[in-house]
Design a protein around this ligand. Sequence first.
Ligand SMILES: C[S@@+](CC[C@H](N)C(=O)[O-])C[C@H]1O[C@@H](n2cnc3c(N)ncnc32)[C@H](O)[C@@H]1O
Length: 241
Amino acid sequence: MALLSGRGNRHRSDTAPMVAARRRLLDAGVFDPVAQALAAAIDPEAAVVVDAGAGTGRYLAAVLDAAPRAVGIGLDLSKYCARAVARAHPRAIAVVADLWEPIPVADGTADAVLSVFAPRNVAETVRMLAPDGRWLLVTPNPGHLHEVREPLGMLEIGADKLDRLHADLTAGGLQVRGSTPLTATALLDAEQLADLAGMGPAGFHRTEDELHAAAQALTAAAEALPVTLDVTLTVAVPAAN
Ligand SMILES: C[S@@+](CC[C@H](N)C(=O)[O-])C[C@H]1O[C@@H](n2cnc3c(N)ncnc32)[C@H](O)[C@@H]1O
């Protein structure tokens, strides 16, 4: 089931081609190490899991498989994402929502909130979290996709990103339980490299032809290019715990 507010909003929402590119890459298993790390970090007894900025719902589905009683609520600004989330798992529902507005989830009800490569509203997440709830955040490290960021027109990742995350969480009344780095290598062909760029902000400011040309140039010497996944999984809980 997908719920839409019917209202427009002032943020730019992921387009159908961007969501399709993300889905192709995730379905190919390129980001499975991230899904597995999230599934391992979820409390199997969780009853309500909120994925804030759920994208295609792939990570929410992996977490729901690891929490067999849980219902998942996938929030995303993009109606294309909401449609994908609604189909991602039998226990997932999708809501089109702007994370910078009051989030339509009751106070203290979320056993877990996921924020995977997504905007984070600390105050609203603290409000939604149950007293013993967990916020699982996945953020990119400076080495993430470093082989292809510049040629594919992807934004640089600041070296202080993790410090800033910890400062934001602590200032918002959370305690960081731990931050675990996770690295893996993915072998990507030209189509997948174009998808990698096209599913993110480069998908807004570069044409598909430009992305394909850049991806072809990167794979001119070999059929596929090894690309580094380099992220951190952070677990934060309400500070009173
Ligand atoms: C980089 S994608 C990550 C998606 C998913 N978590 C994943 O990793 O595959 C960021 C997601 O946040 C959503 N998003 C961006 N701004 C948002 C906002 N203000 N409110 C809700 N969702 C937003 C986008 O539509 C997109 O699906």
